[in-house]
Every structure is written in C-alpha cells, then in structure tokens.
Design a protein around this ligand. Structure first.
Ligand SMILES: NC(=O)C1=CN([C@@H]2O[C@H](COP(=O)(O)OP(=O)(O)OC[C@H]3O[C@@H](n4cnc5c(N)ncnc54)[C@H](O)[C@@H]3O)[C@@H](O)[C@H]2O)C=CC1
Ligand SMILES: O=C(O)C(=O)Cc1ccc(O)cc1
Length: 305
C-alpha cells in the first residue's frame, strides 16, 4: 500500500496509538511516525519495543513538521495537550483524535487550534480492556468502524484521513458529534457502566465467594468482568464528558429494568417472554446485517461473518 502521510505524530502511546503505529508500519502508510507520552516509563518502553520511529521528549517536538497529528490520550487530557502543541503545528497539518466522546473533545480542542490547520475528529470503534504501549496490535481496526466527525472541515483533509483509516482496515462513516455521542451512549458507554455495576454487585454478594465467581463464570459474566477491567482513567473521562446522553440512556434502562423486575415479582411470564422474543430478534438482525463477530474481545481482529 502506498504512503498517505509523510510525517505522523502520535500523542499518547497506549492501546490505540500503538495499534495505529503497527497498522501504519505494516501498510507503509506513513513516512516517519513520531510519538510522545507523558510518562518517562512509557517513553522508555516505546523505545524498547520499537514503537514509533522516533520517541520525543515533548509533545511540541513530536508534532514539529508533522502533516498528521493524532491525539490518543484520555479525553480529560485533550485540552492541555492541544494547548501545548498548538504553536508548533505545521501550516496545513491535520489534527485528529481517537476519543470515545466527540462533542467534549471538539469543545476542548477546536478553540485552541490555529486557523491554518484542519481538525478532523475520529473514533475507531475498536478496542480491548488492555491499555498501555505494549497492548496494541496491527489488526485491531480490521473490519471495525471508524467514525469521522468532520463538522465542516476541509473535504480533502477528511478524504485523506478516511483513506488512512481504510488502509488500516476500518470501515469509515461520517457522523454529527451529538448523534455520535448518543449512539455510543447506547452501544458502548451504558453497557460499560452496567458491566462495572454487575461486577461490583457480584463482589458485594459475600454469600458467593470469589473463587465461586471465578469458577462458575458463564460467558455473560465473564464478558462483564473483561469489560470491567478497562482503564479507569479513560472510562471516568467518558462518563464525565458524555454525561447527558449517558444519563438519558440510563434513565430508559432503569425504566425497562423496573418493568422486568415487576414482571418477575408478579409472575407475568408473557411480559418476560415477549420482551426476550423482541431482544432475540434484535440480535438476529445484527447478525443478518453481518455486524457481529462473536469475538470474545470486542475489536480483537475477528473478521466479519
Ligand atoms: N481503549 C479502548 O478500547 C478505546 C479507546 N479509545 C479512546 O482512545 C484514547 C486513548 O485510549 P487508549 O489508547 O485505550 O489509552 P491508554 O491508557 O492505553 O493510553 C493513553 C496514553 O496517553 C498517555 N497520556 C495520558 N495523559 C497524557 C498527557 N496529558 N499527555 C501525554 N500523554 C498522556 C498515557 O501515558 C498513555 O500512554 C482515549 O481518549 C479513549 O477514549 C477509543 C476507542 C477504543
Ligand atoms: O473492549 C470492548 O468491549 C470495547 O467496547 C472497546 C471499546 C472501548 C471504547 C470505545 O470507544 C470503543 C471500543
């Protein structure tokens, strides 16, 4: 595959940045890739494992001369990083990010960028519960969606970034920021919160010992524990910044949960049966649309069925 950018800078060297690096290297998609992470330890690990062609001592140094800069830090760090790099960005460069929430990132980043750079927010819908520089792999984005939220950005800059994500194996769609945040609240953010809660509940239930929880974990609970092992900083930031959409979905969730609770208490088998028949149809619809991988890890390189 041919080179799409001459110089890419990755700010934050965790799961997503390292997966991008390996995918770009595999495909020859970037000339030089520079990287920066806040912690000395992460920078040392990156140098050790060959993550990035050049690991820099500051974000400012990393973005110098880059034609693409991708912010791969937790959402709460996006603004500070942008303020730091803004004076050092090359004229005509594209700045993007991979944050799980889009409106908050746009509000944190856009006001600080010079007028002569293009801002094209992005969100790859691919990940695992692992984090850090060693957790990435080139196949992470294969057959996964990457949503671009261009909000009127230069069409050539958007098309070039789309090309990069497609070359890394992703299917690309464009979406408006608030809609993105609502869709993700339903499909990712609320489910993560429910998983965190379920694992917390199991832990509270002292009648079920830890060893029993581990020993008898059926697939459903096992998936909850996997999701609940996700990075606490990242997920704290997701809920703090996608507050309204998450609260709306959780409101609906608790209403439905109470209705099911009532059906169980009153012995209303018809309600339960109809509800589960409806949800089964939704699942089958997803499979027929070819959008389920049945992979144990969401995003772990499984091909579309
Ligand atoms: N983990 C996942 O499954 C997915 C995460 N995302 C988004 O991608 C972004 C990064 O997530 P991961 O790669 O999973 O995180 P990670 O925890 O693996 O890596 C984050 C990196 O950012 C660095 N960092 C933190 N604060 C910094 C700062 N102020 N300046 C410079 N570097 C800083 C950390 O040292 C670390 O190297 C987040 O915004 C997250 O919402 C998007 C899709 C999936
Ligand atoms: O590991 C999982 O189950 C995920 O859901 C991965 C994931 C986490 C955050 C995102 O914004 C996108 C994908």
């Amino acid at each position: 595959m041919s080179q799409i950018y001459d110089r890419v800078a990755l700010i934050g060297l965790g799961l997503i940045a390292s997966s991008m690096f390996w995918a770009m290297k595999r495909g020859g998609l970037a000339g030089e890739v520079t990287g920066y992470a806040r912690s000395e330890e992460t920078r040392a690990t990156a140098r050790e494992i060959g993550l990035c062609d050049r690991v820099c001592e500051s974000a400012a140094e990393a973005v110098e001369g880059a034609d693409l800069v991708v912010l791969c830090v937790p959402i709460g760090a996006m603004e500070a990083v942008t303020v730091e790099i803004a004076p050092h960005l090359a004229k005509g460069a594209t700045v993007s990010d991979v944050g799980s929430v889009k409106r908050a990132v746009i509000e944190a980043v856009k006001p600080h960028l010079p007028k002569d750079v293009h801002f094209v927010p992005a969100h790859p819908l691919a990940g695992t519960e692992h984090s850090g520089p060693k957790s990435g792999f080139a196949e992470l984005f294969e057959n996964r969606w990457c949503l671009l939220v261009p909000e009127g950005a230069d069409t050539k800059a958007v098309a070039r970034l789309r090309k990069l994500w497609e070359a890394m194996g992703a299917n690309v769609d464009e979406m408006e920021a608030d809609h993105h945040d609502l869709v993700l609240a339903v499909t990712s953010h609320a489910p993560h919160l429910i998983a965190y809660t379920m694992v917390g509940v199991a832990d509270d239930l002292r009648r079920v010992t830890d060893s029993e929880i581990i020993k008898y974990s059926a697939a459903g609970f096992r998936d909850f524990t996997r999701i609940a092992a996700s990075d606490p900083t990242m997920w704290r930031d997701v809920f703090l910044t996608n507050k309204d959409a998450t609260l709306e979905i959780l409101g609906r969730f608790t209403e439905e949960l109470f209705a099911l609770q009532r059906a169980i208490r009153t012995g209303d088998g018809d309600h339960l049966f109809d509800y589960f028949t409806h949800t089964r149809a939704i699942r089958r619809g997803i499979i027929e649309a070819g959008q389920d991988t049945d992979a144990p890890d969401f995003g772990r390189g499984a091909a579309k069925e």
